[in-house]
Every structure is written in structure tokens, then in C-alpha cells.
Design a binder for this molecule. Sequence first.
Ligand code: URA
Length: 434
Amino acid sequence: MRTVDLIQRKRDGEELAPEEIEHLVEGYTRGDIPDYQMSAFLMAVFFSGMSDREVSRLTECMLRSGETVNLSNVAGVKVDKHSTGGVGDKTSFIVAPLAAAAGVIVPMMSGRSLGHTGGTLDKLESIPGFRTNLTSEEVEKQLSQHGLCFIGQTEKLAPADRKLYALRDVTATVESIPLISSSIMSKKLAEGVDALVLDVKVGSGAFMKKQVDARRLAQTMVGIGRRMDKKVQALITDMNQPLGYAIGNALEIMEASQTLQNAGPADLTKLSIELAARMIHLGKKAATLEEARRTAEKHLVDGSAYRKLKQVVTAQGGNAQALDKFELLPNATGMREITSPRGGYVTSIDAEDIGTASNMIGAGRDKKEDPIDPAVGIILEVKTGEKVDAGSVLCRLYYTKEDHVEEAADMVEDAFRISAQKPDERELILEVVG
Ligand code: URA
């Protein structure tokens, strides 16, 4: 089998056979296929797409390129949640304990910040002492004891994806539905879950800017899961403005903590309940979705999910007191207010610009090795649809170094659109797939 022939056939829109996909993934992971050939193949996929059969085979090959997590010693249905990435998305810290408090086993495996979006691991590590590099024995023990753990993806999990993602990042081939789907699903299925709830974001702060693309992404991932005998459900949710009010690592932990104490923003609470309900339902802890919603609400209101998060933070070496006493979390030293230039209604808040501005002051990273500043970020004072006066505060930037504050402040100011006309209300949860 010649790699050049496979590139050519994909370029011409043909479907490749399972063993041909295997040749490409295995050959590239071993180092037999050079970057220039794989780059050409990825670009061919970008333009020609892939059939369901091809995308499933690609996912399977990437999944099998490394170790898979064996959770067969842990009793119960294992369910995880994955978000395709948004700004201010801290639902993992709320959803996972809500589902675990209902008896679902949640091996939550997460990543670090990517582009303008934040990473769950970075946010968790703003809690003093919190450890995400658990051994497999620790994962098993913690899941058996608490039903929940937060871990990072190890180097050994789906190494083909790691290598391919790095290549896609520098060859302008990230935004391809078959490539994103297989990348996400290979990692999620390698972690040994029985079911998965996906939060596919759409809008200015998401990978997918159009609902039609988000739907195709969701359908592709649900299809991959189904063909591998896993239950997968996807919500398509709005990311045209940040979720909640807080953007930045420690700031998001604070907001998640408030939300688990039933004092969080309405949008964040609503989405978290819905995602948790789907996990509880797929995890067979409720007979109907309606019952699962009531269960999730109960665990939010009675504080049991909040207590679950604290137990897990303690079990992973973190100082759980920091979830009550925010002064124990990293705190910024400087603050800058952004005010409205005129009175009117907030018609949009560009989530990507807010995420980028937050990264500029240190909340995210440009390169994989860059350090992040856990203390910094942005707190919105208003959301889309609210009325503001000239001079009223739109948001506050929290920083520890002056370096890029001016630039970030300009970007944030431009992210807000204020107009005389009240905008139509937007739905947060747009569609369910699967
Ligand atoms: N997240 C992933 O893990 N992979 C992609 O390709 C895009 C987002």
C-alpha cells in the first residue's frame, strides 16, 4: 500500500477502506509516514470529508494507538461529559458532582486551555494543592469511594491524536468535522466510559460558528459512539456570550462554588442541571429525563453535590476550604473597570474577544509550555439583553501584571455592542442530538 495513493484517492473524494485508514494512523504514529505526507492527507480530509465508516475507523485506530483505561473493577455505569470548548465554561465542576451525588460514576478526564478557551485542569489547579496526575490505582480507589475523579489525559492515551493534533494545529486543518470528532471521541472512549454527554458549543466563542456545523459535529460524534456501543447524547448550546459572569481560572472556580451552593448565574445553573440530568439518565439513576432533572436539582439545593466536590478536592490533595474562603485562592492585585460609552441595551458580548483578552492578561497560553496566571481574568457585570446607562460598569479586568492590560481593555470594550433596541432573547440550549 502506497501512502501517496491514499492521499490521492482522498483528495479525489474517494472512500478509503478500514485497512487503509489503519495504515495511515499506525504508520504516522510509528514515524514511518512523514509529516509532509500526513499534512497532505489531513488537508485532503479537510476538503473531501470522510464517510461515517471512515470516521469510525479513524477514531478506533487513534483510540488503539495507546493505552485504554480499564475501569471494570469499579462497579456502576461510568459516564463523562465533554464540552467542545467555550469561554467561561465551568460546567464540569458543577455537573460532575451533581451526577456523582446521584450515584453515577464520573471519571472526568479533561484538558488544558486551548486557543481562546480555558481548560478544566488549569482551573482546578488554581485550588492550592490540587493534583490531577493520579495513578490508575488512585483513580480506581477514588471512583469506588467517591464516584468522581478529575484527571488529565496521560501521554499514553491516544498518542496518535496527540501527534495528529499538533500537526493539524500548524497546517490549518483543525476545523474539520471528521478530524475534530475522531480526536475528541478517541480520547473519550479510551477512558473506559459507558456513556458520554457532549456539550457542543456554537457561536462567536466556539469552534463551530454556525448551528448547521455544530449539528453535523454532534451527529458525527453521536454516530461514532453508537457504532462503538456507547450511549452518547449531545446538547448544542449557545456560545455567543460567555457562560456565567466569570472568565479566568480561580475566578471560575469561585463561580462554580457559588453555583453549587445554589447562588450562581441563571444560564450556568440551567445548563449544568440539564447536562447533569442527561448524565444521571444515561447512568441509569433515573427512569426518565424529567426524574433525572428533579434529582439534579435536589442535589444542587440540598448541598450534597457541593459536599461531593469538597470531598473530591480533599481526596486529590486540594484545600477544600478555598471553595468557601476565596481569599485562599490566587487573587489578582490590580483591577480595571470597563464602562459603557452610552446608554442602551447590551445586544451582544463577543465571547471569543473576551476569551482572548482574558488570555492576554495571563489566564491562558499561546504555546503549550507557557505558564498561566491562575488569579487573573474578567468578571462581567452585565449579560446580553440587559439595560445599561452611559458610564455604568460592563465588566472588570483582574490582573497581576500591567503588561497587556491596555490592549486587553480595548479588546473587551469592543466586545460589547450597545444599542437602543432591546435584542430578542436567545435560547441557551438549542438542540439535542442522540
Ligand atoms: N478538541 C479536541 O480534543 N480535538 C479537536 O480536534 C478539537 C478540540
